[in-house]
Design a protein around this ligand. Sequence first.
Ligand SMILES: *Cc1c(COP(=O)(O)O)cnc(C)c1O
Length: 398
Amino acid sequence: MGRVNTASAAPVKRYRFPFIDLKAEFASLRGELMAAVTRVFESQHFILGEEVEGLESELAEFLEVREAVTCASGTAALELALQALGIGPGDEVITTPFTFVASAGAVMQARARPVFVDIDPATFNLNPSLVEQAVTPRTRAIIPVHLFGLPAELGPVLELARRHQLAVIEDAAQAIGARAEGRPVGGLGTLGCFSFFPTKNLGAAGDGGLIATQDPALGARLRLMRVHGSGSRYHYEILGTNSRLDALQAAVLRVKLRHLSERTRRRQELASRYSELFRQAQLDKQVPAPFAPPERTHVFHQYVIRCARRDELRKFLAGSGLPSEIYYPVPLHLQPAFAPLGYRAGAFPQAEAACREVLALPIYPELDPGNQVAIVETISKFYKAEARDERREESKPS
Ligand SMILES: *Cc1c(COP(=O)(O)O)cnc(C)c1O
């Protein structure tokens, strides 16, 4: 393959904007947010209480679930979900190796064993046709992750879970508001876990998380577990922990929840625009648009392309001041923290290829559409320089 002569192809223009701009979001919501925070300070009621109850009922309605139980973080949500189902030593939980660490880390924290299954290269999500062969008599649950905001293919997973009597814990940390099977994600499986980390589509001013369920008994159990298993003061019915959402975070989230649908629509518009720009630049073969089947809505937590010579392209973009990120550079089965599981390189070729090829482009509601043009033009320049170099190589006498 020819080498790109990046020096001669380097664009002169320099841009300067961030990969994600939380300050722009704050500027647009400042009045509402400061009023909400002030209300909590005036109440001096900081733990659970009215704000948290209000948020939970608003989220239960938004997610079309019976129970929405807030907790300390998305990671805590996954850990509490596993614990509420009684999953522990000797148990296996099937999940994807191409995800944020917590999806499988929570399983390790429960002293259970994550069993990885490769992804579908078109969606980056768990490949449902590979799940069944990973089921053993020890399997207790499956954790599909709705990665980047695209719902995982749940139909076959739910059917298989019913047949084998397994729980399904949706990791919906990146996909609040996305829909599949006619419903919002998070309420389709046994339990659905969400994160309110500040950069998520619904982000707090700190950490926060949520577990959604249609099962009132599980909901009640989770409510006990997050306050030390305490039903009444200083009486402990089950072993629990401290995993509560602050009233301040709840107040902030109630403001942002009111704007979530409109902000999600903006993300979707920006995503279509990227894909259209790639088509216009005749790059849609090299940079295929993120795949979203019509029956599943993508909420574009990330806009992720797959590309040849990814690391060089990323440097080339950075050379013009254009931000991009890699989610994720190393699959979980090859991380030192998961070495005790004994997986080797080559075990999950699709996840491993994704780690080499993915590039996330900036996508947030305040993103200037002019900057999308700059990104696509610069990517186009990179590949045209590559094509030029290849032609030059070919014309050399051998
Ligand atoms: C962010 C995230 C989590 C963890 O959420 P925190 O609130 O940061 O603990 C879990 N799973 C996925 C897929 C995530 O993106």
